[in-house]
Write a protein of this length. Structure first.
Length: 282
């Protein structure tokens, strides 16, 4: 009798251990094996996008978390009714909440470390803007939504004619801490004909070009910004009173008027005069 009891106890222990091992294996299968997802979903296309994307080293279950309670309720519901009436969050809700678990260092450190993501720190940590507000929810790829900026920054239009397709991110650095304004290097990548030497070549473009308001500078830009004195002295002052603007003579990005150009310009209105005496009234 004692031997039988031992046998029963041994068998019961084997059964319990087997169930535990099977249960743990099944749990790991549901939590760590992407093949588990295929038992419910046709994931051929999604799987291909996942393999080709930046998140290919991240398991499905890392982002698409389905809790044990929710999982078992869905299983019971399916067994009893043959349907899944219980709403789940692991498809399009939970993944957005999981972004911060991996990207929190990028998100939070930007306000402290210039080499981190300044834009994320300001928008997420300070402004409390959700990831999905700025990133497009395409399948396993989350590029920035280039139209999202103007939902908040409605007064910031994109500069220039034929530049409507330019997004804010083409000029503004989001990943790293930018300078107070867009650097000149970004401008001359497209505007390659701009002289790199000469008068005002060392200035930032935004000193004259107001990207979101008045892109093309006018005479007022010159006289109210840097050249207030010149507008009142000598022949400059006389020409200003006669409504002859700065840019009529000083052509953009070259500015300097040599002797040959002076002869042509002056002769349009009067006889040629030595440009060295231009600061004085004749």
């Amino acid at each position: 009798m004692r031997f039988a009891d031992h046998v029963k106890g041994f068998i019961l222990a084997v059964i319990v251990i087997s169930l535990f091992i099977y249960g743990y294996s099944y749990y790991r299968y549901t939590q760590d094996d992407p093949d588990f997802c295929a038992s419910c979903h046709l994931v051929k296309g999604a799987h291909a996008d996942w393999l080709n994307g930046k998140h290919r080293d991240v398991l499905c279950q890392k982002c698409h978390q389905l809790g044990n309670i929710e999982q078992n309720l869905r299983l019971m519901s399916y067994v009893i009714t043959g349907k899944n009436p219980i709403t789940v969050t692991h498809g399009r809700t939970t993944p957005w909440q999981e972004c911060r678990n991996c990207h929190m260092d990028i998100i939070s450190q930007g306000s402290v470390t210039p080499s981190k993501s300044y834009g994320h720190a300001k928008h997420y940590a300070v402004k409390k803007i959700d990831c999905k507000t700025c990133h497009m929810p395409t399948l396993h790829n989350f590029p920035p939504n280039e139209d999202a900026c103007q939902k908040c920054h409605q007064d910031k239009g994109v500069h220039g004619i034929s530049m409507e397709e330019f997004s804010c991110l083409k000029c503004h650095s989001f990943s790293r801490k930018p300078p107070s304004m867009v650097s000149k290097d970004k401008c001359i990548r497209c505007h390659s004909s701009i002289p790199k030497k000469g008068p005002m070549s060392g200035l930032f473009c935004h000193y004259c070009h107001k990207m979101h308001t008045r892109v093309k500078p006018t005479d007022i830009t010159c006289t109210t910004g840097c050249h207030r004195t010149e507008a009142a002295l000598g022949q400059h002052g006389l020409h200003t009173k006669r409504k002859i603007g700065c840019i009529y003579c000083h052509k953009s990005h070259t500015w300097t008027i040599g002797e040959s150009k002076t002869r042509i310009l002056c002769s349009e209105c009067h006889s040629y005069r030595d440009p060295r005496a231009f600061r004085y009234i004749f």
